[in-house]
Design a binder for this molecule. Structure first.
Ligand SMILES: [Zn+2]
Ligand SMILES: [Zn+2]
Ligand SMILES: [Zn+2]
Length: 211
């Protein structure tokens, strides 16, 4: 027996707050609840219905990156439809990834940023994706641009240099003492062998000199 959404004729997929809801109405409800929780503006129900109709008409494509969006997080959390609060005060429904990227840009300039670009939070510049290092293990790009990453590495190098030099000095000292102790131990336990070796060595050299 399949239940119907309390807000529309679609079959209910979730049960929330004692109500059966379809995926769309569940997500819309979530957006309103979250906006309220974070003290953000809450769009009217009518406005949300309008926005939902727009993206359904656009085949669930994100209007910014064009990705295929989904209503529920469990269907893909990066492509889930989110409520975007533009700094102009406007609302949009865009994918989670674009929503996050918008946060890193000033104002709403994110929408004007060229495709395949990324903003570096350190120098606050929007750069080409090629200007960011890629992590070989994950294939993901670093959060800061190459220039800023290099500067950070360099800064770390100089702040940590003294510590590293000191620990290297201590290591060498310790290793030297260890080797000396091992040599002493060897000489003490191999006296006869060493004497025999030296005798043989001297005899051989004498024979060579007299040849
Ligand atoms: Zn519904
Ligand atoms: Zn997007
Ligand atoms: Zn940078």
């Amino acid at each position: 027996m399949s239940k119907k959404c309390s807000q529309c004729d679609a079959p209910a997929t979730l049960f929330y707050n004692q109500t059966n809801l379809c995926s769309i109405h569940y997500r819309v409800q979530q957006m309103r609840v979250c906006a309220k929780r974070w003290g953000k503006a809450i769009p009217s129900k009518e406005h949300l219905v309008e926005l939902v109709a727009q993206i359904v008409a656009a085949d669930m494509r994100c209007q910014v990156c064009g990705c295929q969006m989904n209503w529920l997080k469990r269907e893909g959390h990066k492509t889930v439809v989110t409520l975007q609060h533009d700094r102009s005060g406007e609302f949009r429904l865009i994918c989670f990834s674009c929503n996050v990227k918008h946060q890193f840009h000033d104002g709403d300039e994110f929408y004007a940023a060229p495709a395949n670009s990324k903003r570096c939070p350190a120098c606050k510049l929007t750069k080409d994706k090629g200007d960011f290092y890629l992590f070989a293990s994950t294939g993901k790009s670093a959060s800061t641009c190459k220039l800023c990453s290099r500067q950070k590495t360099l800064a770390n190098y100089w702040t940590n240099r003294e510590v590293r030099v000191q620990s290297m000095r201590e290591y060498k000292k310790k290793r030297k003492a260890e080797l000396a102790a091992a040599n002493r131990e060897y000489r003490a336990t191999h006296k006869a062998e060493r004497a025999a070796y030296m005798r043989a060595f001297r005899a051989k050299r004498r024979a060579e000199q007299c040849a």
